[in-house]
Design a protein around this ligand. Structure first.
Ligand code: BTN
Length: 255
């Protein structure tokens, strides 16, 4: 079934909601709205994407009517130096929305992969457009099977809840509510609260053996710096600041 946009708009009158049955990517459409002056909280949703964009030049599988594919315009009080905090905030909001609407416990892998049992259930892409952030969020909701061959194997909320079909509308409403919550926390308390909450919500933030995808550096995670970058105690004995890319678990024992 297509998304019930009337229901969504009735529950979230404060957001401008634009719905498309099929799009190449919601990122492209949302960027167009952003450059035309659309306000904070504008959300572009599609029931299917034919050219879904993932992080690091990857693609995002966007089969019709089973996932959430959306891009949201955010206007946040962030200096360019701590823009990475926006990625963390989006991860926190996505996790809270999933947990509230499905009762499934999620983990976060820096910067913002959402995992259940180490399988990827949601991914987030952030693009800076002029003074806006265009936040692309993809959530695997009602897929019964997912294509294989990814570096991080994927799952869906339905698979993780023993076949229970989940309401995409409910999750989108929760997502917008959670975003409101974390955006006002950022506005009133600054970045430190977001960093503290991320450190405790993510099993990857501290004391986890990982490999940095870009450099191949291996080491143990040591929390976040004040801008939201990940710190790593490398096996070479240095403290490395991971600013871009991602990490994955390192199951190899240290030599
Ligand atoms: C990742 O690689 O983990 C990020 C995936 C982001 C996918 C979402 S789906 C909605 C929005 N539109 C896109 O084309 N990509 C993002």
């Amino acid at each position: 079934m297509p998304l019930d946009i009337d229901k969504l708009q009735a529950r979230r009158p404060q957001n401008e909601i634009y719905y498309f049955q099929t799009l190449g990517s919601t990122m492209v459409e949302a960027t167009r709205f952003a450059t035309c002056g659309a306000p904070h909280g504008t959300i572009v949703l599609a029931d299917e994407q034919t050219e879904g964009i993932g992080r690091l030049g990857r693609s995002w599988q966007s089969q019709p009517e089973v996932g959430i594919y959306c891009s949201i315009l955010l206007r946040l009080p962030l200096s360019p130096a701590n823009l990475p905090v926006a990625s963390l905030l989006l991860g926190l909001a996505t996790v809270e929305a999933i947990q509230k609407s499905t009762q499934l416990a999620c983990d976060l892998r820096w910067p913002n992969d959402v995992l259940i049992d180490e399988l990827k259930v949601a991914g987030i892409l952030t693009h800076l457009v002029e003074t806006y952030i265009v936040a692309g969020i993809g959530i695997n909701v009602n897929q019964s099977v997912l294509p294989g061959g990814f570096r991080t194997p994927a799952t869906s909320l339905r698979i993780q809840s023993n076949g229970r079909v989940q309401s995409r509308e409910e999750i989108v409403v929760s997502l917008l509510e959670s975003l409101d919550f974390f955006c006002s926390m950022l506005a009133t308390e600054g970045t430190s609260s977001i960093l503290r909450i991320f450190n405790s919500a993510s099993s990857y933030a501290i004391n986890r053996r990982v490999i940095v995808e870009e450099s191949g550096t291996r080491g143990i995670t040591a929390g976040l710096d004040e801008n939201g970058f990940l710190l790593l105690h490398s096996d070479a004995g240095e403290i490395e600041r991971v600013a871009t890319g991602g990490i994955r678990p390192d199951y190899q024992l240290r030599a």
